[in-house]
Design a protein around this ligand. Structure first.
Ligand code: BGC
Length: 573
């Protein structure tokens, strides 16, 4: 496809901002919009096209914003609509668009509609916006056997009033009641929400939790599951609430809303990217990205792949195949706010084992971690994804090679998964620790600034930072030649110079079983995902007349010889 006819999002570089942990401009230990504005220069230095804000709507923060109590305002700890407008305007001066995070599957139990539903009678219009059902056994038992994604029953009893006896459905937690998207009020609300934010200059949305949006109308029991299964995986195997046809009806409505807005606003190119763990299920990727559904869907296979050539090649295969067939560009990512950070994942002693491929990388395998090794591998993986056709989503802090923080004290953990599994799963706090900007512990390593003119000490950050956090800060990485921060800037520049001009298509190259190689027009990217140097045949037709334009190790490829262990090289004509 000629680059002129591309939509901006098809090969965009997007930076994910976890608002709570990015930068705190008022010293309360919690990130905010003003903090993002003050650090836009850092985001711009990575050459990104857009930033994606994790939910920053008003919320009781039971699931850090994924429990929305008002879809058309800004959470008070983060700022205001005026500050949001200022952020969009400032970002635009850097050529950066703003994407938000839409949570359609559920809201907060403090959303006014849900409060009204609790106050209303069974069978009322207020309850019809959610899934309220009579309990079994005279109301004493839940309506069915569904389990919640974060542990426990998916049903919560309204109250002990025998005259009521109803329960409501919360697929994630009791604080996140599910919307019934067959309800006309719910449908209209999301149309209004889209339009509200598009009017404020938002160019698109990452759409949260698309897998469990839409339910079997009869809410039947989940069929029995064979074998031993982690409690956190039960929901994802429930055919009555996951990947339902009713969900696809919702996405088609959403897409029509975007199309109608674009038609009324020529020049706008809006997008939605779907979040669902469809690992090793290309048929689902195809379904969700049909022309009247999502523009893109995250490809999580690569993020969850072990550090092993066959698995990495396999993770690339399906998205590139779909791209070739349909023109739908993949949305690549190596990290997000739900998954252990890549440096830790790939530094694990078991990271190369095929069985370390798991749908649930929330849980540490318990293996020893070598962070230096993990960083080398993470750099190699980054160099792979920066070259690929499609958009690329970076998660704040990966440009600093931040590791997962594994030793957060139990009494400081805030992820509902930790509480709801009674500590059996530590949860996701470890990838959400506030960023280190400087070496100064008095300001939480530059994360918190005292309000202008105020000399008062800043509050403790909402999650504790490790003692060595300053050594991993932006300031230190800026000064260190060859740091991962410098590599990310180099990768971004190389993407613009050598990758974006190539076709939106790529194919696997056979360069030997130890190497993962992809050719995209005149660009060839080769990964050595083994722990020994591997010979490369520079006489291969795909490599003749090429030069090395980038390498993730300091040792460039000597002509005609080897690629260092755990590294990636770009060759270009
Ligand atoms: C989000 C999580 C959130 C969950 C419930 C996920 O897909 O990424 O952070 O806890 O949805 O909204």
């Amino acid at each position: 496809m000629a680059s002129e006819s591309r939509r901006w999002w098809q090969d965009a570089l997007v930076y994910q901002v976890y608002v709570r942990s990015f930068a705190d401009a008022d010293g309360d230990g919690i990130g905010d919009l003003e903090g993002i504005r003050s650090r836009l220069g850092h985001i711009a230095s990575l050459g990104v096209d857009a930033l994606w804000l994790n939910p920053c709507y008003p919320s009781p923060q039971r699931d850090h914003g994924y429990d929305v109590s008002d879809y058309v305002d800004i959470h008070r700890e983060y700022g205001s609509l005026e500050l949001f407008d200022a952020l969009v305007a400032d970002a635009a001066t850097h050529g950066i668009k703003v994407l938000m995070d839409l949570v359609p599957s559920h809201c907060s139990n403090e959303h006014p509609w849900f409060r009204a539903a609790l106050a209303a009678a069974p069978g009322s219009a207020e309850r019809a916006r959610f899934y309220f059902r009579d309990g079994q056994d005279d109301g004493r038992a839940p309506p069915n056997n569904w389990q919640a994604a974060f542990g426990g029953s998916a049903w919560t009893r309204v109250d002990d009033d025998p005259a009521d006896g109803q329960w409501y459905l919360g697929t994630f937690t009791p604080h996140q009641p599910d919307f019934d998207h067959t309800n006309a009020d719910v449908q209209q609300m999301f149309v209004d929400v889209f339009e509200f934010w598009f009017d404020r200059g938002v160019e698109g949305f990452r759409v949260d939790a698309v897998a469990p949006t839409g339910k079997h109308p009869d809410l039947p029991d989940q069929p029995p599951i064979d074998g031993d299964i982690d409690i956190l995986d039960i929901t994802w195997l429930n055919p009555h609430t996951v990947f339902r046809p009713e969900g696809h009806a919702v996405w088609r409505d959403f897409r029509a809303t975007l199309a109608a807005y674009e038609a009324r606003h020529p020049g706008r190119e809006l997008m939605m990217v779907a979040e669902a763990y469809v690992v090793r299920r290309p048929e689902l990727l195809r379904k969700f990205t049909r022309p009247d559904e999502f523009h893109q869907m995250f490809n999580f296979d690569l993020m969850l792949s072990p550090w092993e050539p066959t698995s990495i090649a396999r993770a690339l295969h399906d998205p590139l195949d779909i791209l070739a067939d349909t023109g739908v560009t993949p949305a690549w990512t190596l990290n997000n706010h739900d998954i252990q950070r890549i440096v830790t994942r790939l530094g694990r002693a078991d990271a190369h084992l095929p069985e370390s491929w798991t749908n649930n990388n929330l849980v540490s395998s318990g293996a020893d971690v070598d962070l230096a090794l993990g960083e080398r591998r993470a750099r190699a993986m980054a160099a792979l994804v920066f070259a690929l056709p499609g958009s690329l989503y970076l998660y704040q802090g990966e440009e600093l090679a931040l590791p997962e923080v594994l030793d957060i004290p139990d009494d400081r953990r805030t992820d509902p998964i930790f509480a709801l599994t009674a500590g059996a799963t530590t949860g996701r706090d470890g990838c959400r620790v506030p960023l280190p900007w400087t070496t100064d512990p008095a300001t939480s390593y530059g994360f918190s600034s005292p309000p202008a003119g105020d000399q008062a000490p800043v509050d403790e950050p909402w999650l504790p930072q490790p003692a060595d956090w300053g050594d991993r800060s932006v300031a230190v990485e800026e000064r260190r030649a060859g740091s991962t921060l410098h590599l990310y800037r180099e990768l971004s520049a190389a993407r613009r110079a050598h990758a974006n001009s190539q076709p939106l298509a790529a194919r696997a190259l056979e360069l030997g079983r130890d190497l993962v190689a992809v050719a995209r027009g005149d660009l060839v990217v080769v990964v050595n995902a083994t722990s020994a140097p591997v010979d490369i045949d520079l006489a291969h037709p795909a490599l003749t007349d090429t030069t090395v334009v980038l390498s993730t190790t300091e040792q460039p490829t000597p002509s005609g010889s080897t690629i260092a262990a755990d590294s990636t090289i770009w060759f270009c004509r």
